[in-house]
Design a protein around this ligand. Structure first.
Ligand code: PLP
Length: 262
């Protein structure tokens, strides 16, 4: 990377009109980590702190056009993938990734919104596993998402989940958010299992925390950190954002705040 150039991250993700998660959270997290954020929007959600009222997918050709437009002109140092929604969108994103084969890819396998809305149609899960997860430098499921990806039940602990998700083909896995006393992310690269401790903020809303964590991780990769260093740095950013949560913003759970605005 040219020393004079700011690191860049392309977020391929959905829009949250309430500004709590999705590309809105991604751009804030990327900027807060010292990188320039760009977007290829996969879907638009009409949503607020209470719930998701409507979802509209962006056409596959427009998704690929956004990725191509950025890739033709701007060097992409890392990619973050969030909400995919449908099989067609997942296939389009896989095609788009072929345009940027060198960039490390962080995949946040977004499935269900806090309010219960499906952000990945259940019939698109196998496309995510087959087309996207194997291309990930780091995949960052929370425990329920990891159970679905790995096809394992409640008996599987974080270690079993990390091992099972790695078998799907990513280079590294971070199973986010387990807790014994504090909050523990479990990092696995096929050799070392590393516990990453983070501050828990019980009672604070976590809307946007997964987006913030995966975007920060991509930004730290873009800045040249290795995956384990980036996972440690991203946990600090995401935990702080949850601690700063804007809980008085609407009548539902407020968004995390990576900038500490209040
Ligand atoms: N992407 C979009 C567009 C969303 O609306 C949401 C949650 O509502 C997510 C991703 C996942 O957000 P989180 O960071 O809370 O996992």
């Amino acid at each position: 990377m040219d020393d004079q150039r700011v690191p860049t991250v392309l977020s391929i993700a959905g829009s949250d009109s309430g500004g709590g998660a999705g590309i809105q959270a991604d751009l804030k997290a990327i900027a807060s980590c010292g990188a320039h954020g760009m977007t290829a929007i996969t879907a638009i959600t009409a949503q607020n702190t209470v719930g998701v009222n409507a979802i509209e997918a962006i056409s596959p050709s427009m998704i690929i056009d956004q990725i191509r437009a950025v890739a033709e002109d701007i060097e992409i140092d890392a990619v973050k993938i969030g909400m995919l929604g449908t099989i067609e969108t997942t296939e389009a994103v896989a095609t788009g990734l072929d345009l940027i084969p060198a960039a490390p890819v962080v995949v946040d396998p977004v499935m269900v919104a806090e309010s219960g809305a499906d952000l990945l149609q259940p019939d698109a899960r196998s496309a995510l596993v087959e087309l996207i997860i194997p291309r990930a430098t780091v995949v960052t499921p929370n425990i329920p998402e990891a159970r679905i990806l790995a096809g394992l039940g409640k008996e599987a602990d974080q270690t079993a989940l990390a091992r099972a998700v790695l078998v799907l083909g990513p280079s590294n896995v971070v199973i986010t958010g387990g807790h014994s006393t504090g909050l523990i992310d479990l990092f696995f690269d096929g050799v070392d299992l590393v516990e990453i401790e983070g501050e828990r903020h019980p009672g604070s809303s976590s809307h946007g925390s997964g987006c913030t964590h995966s975007s920060a991780l991509a930004a730290f990769l873009a800045r040249g950190q290795n995956p384990l260093e980036a996972a440690r740095s991203a946990r600090k950013v995401a935990s702080r954002a949850v601690g700063n949560g804007l809980d008085s913003l609407g009548s539902g759970p407020g968004p995390v705040d990576v900038f500490g605005l209040s």
